[in-house]
Design a binder for this molecule. Structure first.
Ligand SMILES: Cc1ncc(COP(=O)(O)O)c(C=O)c1O
Length: 375
């Protein structure tokens, strides 16, 4: 059946998550208790995130970006330092580095996973390198072991941005626990009902104390500032909703995995000229984003939208081309060819848990129609 003969579907890119009685009860409970911060739901959320990441402590934060900022500081990043990161990372990472008076040092990505090109990191390091900021793009873990060895041999820390990889794995270890400090984010991610919020994770007690201090003005129970920090507390209401949603994560990630396998099988069978995502033997992908690649990305996007299929691009602009970083980064266009090509060619198809076999079939048929010239 061609897509035109099917009944039209409207498939959002973002997960239209169910609003459950449990979530509503939790919100009411918080309101009745009148606990705004650091209550039982925050404790529960932090305990669940620590267990999920295999760390000893998760520090719930008002946003993933806040967790990145205090995570970099806990890693020792100060004015004059350098932080190595991929050129297609989320903008909050170089932004935080610059705000600390340090310098983002970019490397390219490896072509198959769009994660940091591990073989370029060593050459990018100098005596001023304080940390490596790694992102598990789309939910596929970066190759952490060689990075870990390199970081340890140079005495630098790893900030592991696991915002895309909630519930993912690298070898036998969970994502979010693979660096010195891990970062999770909730907004538009696997558990998204809160619209805000995130967490920093750590195993080392000194790092954990640093994160706790910086999250809330260096206050240790009283009004005295012990360390310079911020107000990055997560509200108890947000923690309650996030904690409820986190219980659904295994089932949701399983559905994402089924969708990804289904897309890949259909695209392979149809032999379309489409770059398909991979899952390396060392990774268990969370499929937050199912990312295909093609030169005519923008035209396919328009075509899919006409068919009711919303898509997204993560990310359309590499870090060194962001307007806000102009004049602050010493890089020219063309310097990171793989990142730049990815930004032009990648397209994220809807893969969330409300997508099932019928939706995948519909999207795959719409993509096939595009290549058949039926635009
Ligand atoms: C990879 C990555 N890291 C960090 C963040 C920051 O999270 P937040 O929006 O909660 O500040 C995001 C947000 O989209 C992200 O995609």
């Amino acid at each position: 059946m061609s897509v035109g003969e099917r009944s039209r579907m409207e498939i959002p890119y973002r997960f239209p998550y169910p609003v459950t009685g449990e979530m509503l009860n939790a919100v009411q409970d918080v309101m009745r208790r009148r606990i705004h911060h650091f209550g039982p739901y925050t404790d529960a959320l932090e305990a669940k995130l620590a267990a999920l990441s295999g760390t000893t402590r998760a520090v719930a934060c008002a946003s993933g970006s806040g967790a990145i900022l205090i995570g970099l500081q806990a890693c020792g990043v100060r004015a004059g330092d350098e932080v190595v990161m991929p050129a297609n990372t989320y903008g909050a990472v170089p932004e935080a580095v610059l705000q600390l008076g340090a310098a983002p040092v970019l490397v390219d990505i490896e072509p198959a996973t769009d994660n940091i090109a591990v073989d370029q990191v060593e050459a990018a390091m100098t005596p001023r390198t304080r940390a490596i900021a790694v992102q598990h793009s789309y939910g596929h873990a970066a190759d952490m072991d060689p990075l870990r060895r390199l970081a340890e041999s140079r005495g630098v820390r790893i900030l592991e941005d696991a915002a895309h990889a909630l519930g993912g794995r690298y070898k036998d270890r969970p994502t979010g626990g693979l660096g010195d400090v891990g970062v999770f984010a909730f907004s538009n991610k696997a558990i998204s009902a809160t619209g805000v919020g995130g967490a920093a994770t750590a195993g080392d007690p000194g790092l954990t104390q640093d994160l706790l201090d910086r999250r809330y003005h260096g206050r240790r129970g009283g009004y005295e500032t012990h360390v310079l920090g911020y107000n990055f507390r997560l509200t108890e209401m947000v923690a309650a909703v996030a904690s409820c949603q986190l219980d659904q994560l295994p089932a949701w990630n399983a559905q994402r995995r089924r969708n990804a396998a289904d897309y890949t099988r259909r695209f392979r069978d149809s032999g379309l000229p489409l770059g398909l995502p991979v899952e390396r033997a060392y990774a268990s992908h969370t499929w937050l984003h199912y990312v295909v690649r093609l030169k005519e990305r923008d035209a396919l996007r328009v075509h899919l939208l006409r068919r009711g299929v919303a898509t997204s691009v993560h990310y359309p602009v590499p870090v060194h081309r962001h307007a806000g970083f102009a004049g602050r980064l010493p890089y020219r266009e063309g310097e990171f060819p793989r990142s730049e090509a990815a930004c032009r060619e990648i397209l994220s198809l809807p893969c969330h848990p409300a997508v099932g076999e019928a939706e995948v079939e519909y999207v795959a048929a719409a993509v096939a129609e595009f290549f058949a010239g039926g635009r």
